[in-house]
Each structure stands twice: as structure tokens, then as C-alpha cells.
Unconditional design. Sequence first.
Length: 278
Amino acid sequence: MATQPGISFEVRRDLVPVNNRWHCHKEVELIYIAQGSGTLLVGDHVRNFSAGTLCLIGADVPHYWRFDDRYFENADVSIDVIAIHFLEIFWGKEFLVLPENNSIRQLLERAQKGILIQGRIRPLIHSFEYLLHIDGPYRIITLIALLSKIAGWAEVLLLSSGKVPTGAGVLEEQRINAVYEYSMKHFKRKIPLHEIARVASVSPNAFCRYFKQRTRKTYSQFITELRIGYVCKRLVETDAPVKLLCYESGFNNSTSFHRCFKHITGKSPLSYQKTYRT
């Protein structure tokens, strides 16, 4: 991700999905989803995202903003994303060592797990819009102020348990992307091990080891998280019965579904629906 000539960090507005794949880069990513929804993979974490999502993702942390299919199938449906990318040392190697910047340094260290910024984010959004239109030293001042505010009073949630392997080049990135894409398209049905192993071009036994090494979880855990994420989204957006969503998402056992839902979200389906609709 190259920085344009004449600027020290990048700020851009995306109205169509870009980098629609599992990837990482040497820049820190501070991103605001003004419009759009989908599935976020960051490190070993899987979650839904929607309008209002604000995240800080550290340097070299693999991630994937996988927007819903409708943004690719319908030209009338668009996203609105403001993304800021900056190197941790673009302001000089000594900047973060200054005692006044302890909170920013600690924030960037925590961003190695991916950070979801919650609570009162509205006061922060003005800075994103402002950065799109200003130049000169005020760009740097505004970014520092934005990071300071996040570090000082924003509610944050760490997403990943830690850094996962980033791969060994383009071929490895293509392999894991193929696995993720196939899984997201077919998780509502049973995906036999030999089938997904064929997507990764490895044997079934090798695939189990490969996926666990790449993601720090089993493939069945990953599929369960995708299914629960799907149900969570449908609970908020529709009035579909929980039992229908259970089987629609790929579970074939209601008891197992409720146990997995409670384990991942900490709530029952109806409690989750009530909380997030409120």
C-alpha cells in the first residue's frame, strides 16, 4: 500500500469494496464504516460489522472486510467507508517514545489484536470527514488528536487473541482466501473435510493441521462462528423465528445451536435480539 507523493499517510473514502480478501500491510488501519455490512475477520476473530463500526487494526495484522454479496450483485447498493492508513514511524522514530504520547503508543500496541471502538463514537467521526479535506500540518495534528481521544476516553474491545501467521507470499494468501471465500458461500450446509481440503489443494489430514496453524482454531469452530454470526444478523434485521434461523444457518440440532449461541455471544438468541434492537 503505497503512500501518495506529498503526503505522509493516506486517507480515502471508498464507495465500493476494495481489498476484498484476507490480507495484511505494514500500515496501521483506522477505519470507519459509515454505510455497509458484512463479516470481519481479524486475526483469529470473526464478527459481523455494519454501519457505525469503527476499528483500529495494527500493522501486519491479517484481516478481511468481507462485504455482503448484495454490494457486488446490485449496482444500486453502495458502501461508504473512510479508511486511514499510516506507518507507526511516519512522524519520526522518537515520537511515540515521548512521555506525552504514552497513551497513543499503548493504543497502537493493543491494536495488534484489533480494536473495536464502541460507545460515544460520534465525536470522533467529524475528524474522519475533516481529514478527507484538509492538507498541511493540520492533517497530522488531527490524526494525533483522533488517536489521543480514542486512547483517552473511548470504550474499546480487543478482538483477536493475538497475532496469527501472516503467510509466506502470494500463493499462501491465495490459498487461505480461497478457503475463506468457499466457506462463506457454503457454510449453511455441511462442508465435508475432503471438499474444503480440495479447495486448499491439500489432503484432508494436512488441511486440519494447516487451518489450525493459520487461524488458531479448528475448521469446525470457524464454520460455527460463521453460522452464529449469520443468525445474529438475521435476529437484528428480521422477525424470523429462532428455530427457523437455527436450521437455515446450517445447524441440524436445536440443542447444539442454543449451546453454541450462548457460548459465542454470552446471551440466548432472544436476549441478543432484544439487546441489539434496543
